[in-house]
Design a binder for this molecule. Structure first.
Ligand code: SF4
Ligand code: SF4
Length: 279
């Protein structure tokens, strides 16, 4: 069977979002970073946001899940790994991609990562059918990044403060460069944290545009964990910053901030529906 066109990826092409779906496989619980807004403690079947899953799957279970879902829903074009932690901090991610690509070479494989280890894995990801990658870049200035990242674990050491933030952006930039070189389609997600990085997002847009990324997705903060006291940005604030950033790089404005086990179309009645809802 011929591979699906990358233009059928619903998160990279607006038109595709109306017609095609994605399936997230929750195989990656561990993370090597500590974002202050991140909470992966909850396992609520009704909560719909990144970092949440009802169940973790092994690579074999994940491949079986793909078989089950694509049989029922021929609109599925993308199999993505988006957590609940960082995909590249988990060996299960590569094993899952290997199994899924061997059985379903036509599906687009997609990974959403904090980018810390992306440069190390680009070629393996490509070999296992990954054609689209999302890297979350919240800051390119270490002073701003230090307010968002509590720390990072890198090559066996822990870094904090501006040192951590500088390291994170340098690894993200290296990963993006490698991914672009390998011919992957790259999107950058940025979490808009009011009072922390809102003013800085145009600088992020400029920096990632200079690396050639195809799209940027500014997502409103979901106030949790260390940022539970902050208010999310208003729709007006988001629209404004997207307008500014659009000068540098095309903007995604149809993201549903999906769970790590989301399945189906992004739009329409089944948006936010996920595979393992038990209620
Ligand atoms: Fe959470 Fe993702 Fe940040 Fe890791 S990179 S701490 S999983 S938001
Ligand atoms: Fe697409 Fe946004 Fe959902 Fe990721 S979180 S699968 S970019 S709609």
């Amino acid at each position: 069977m011929e591979a699906f066109a990358v233009t059928e990826h619903p998160c990279f092409f607006r038109e595709a979002a109306r017609r095609y779906g994605r399936l997230h496989l929750p195989v990656a619980p561990a993370c090597n970073m500590e974002c202050r807004y991140c909470s992966r403690e909850y396992d609520c079947p009704n909560e719909s946001r990144p970092g949440v899953t009802s169940q973790l799957l092994t690579p074999e279970e994940a491949a079986a899940r793909v078989a089950e879902v694509v049989k029922k829903d021929p609109r599925i074009r993308v199999v993505g790994i988006a957590g609940p932690g960082d995909p590249l901090a988990n060996t299960a991610t590569l094993e899952t991609l290997r199994l899924v690509h061997a059985r379903f070479p036509q599906l687009i494989k997609c990974v959403s990562t904090n980018g810390l280890l992306l440069a190390d894995y680009v070629l393996q990801l490509k070999a296992f059918g990954v054609r689209t990658v999302t890297v979350t870049v919240n800051a390119v200035d270490p002073a701003v990044g230090a307010a968002i990242y509590a720390g990072v674990r890198w090559r066996g050491a822990v870094y904090r403060g501006m040192e951590a933030a500088a390291l994170i952006w340098s690894r993200q930039a290296a990963g993006i460069i490698e991914a672009m070189r390998a011919g992957l389609r790259v999107k950058v997600n940025a979490v808009f944290v009011p009072g922390v990085n809102g003013h800085h997002l145009p600088a992020v847009a400029r920096a990632v545009a200079a690396l050639g990324v195809h799209m940027m997705n500014i997502m409103p903060l979901i106030p949790l964990a260390g940022f539970a006291h902050l208010a999310p940005p208003s729709p007006k604030e988001i629209a404004f910053v997207r307008t500014v950033c659009r000068q540098y790089v095309p903007q995604m404005d149809w993201c549903r901030q999906c769970r790590a086990d989301a399945v189906g179309l992004l739009h329409a009645a089944d948006a936010g529906k996920h595979a393992y809802c038990v209620t």
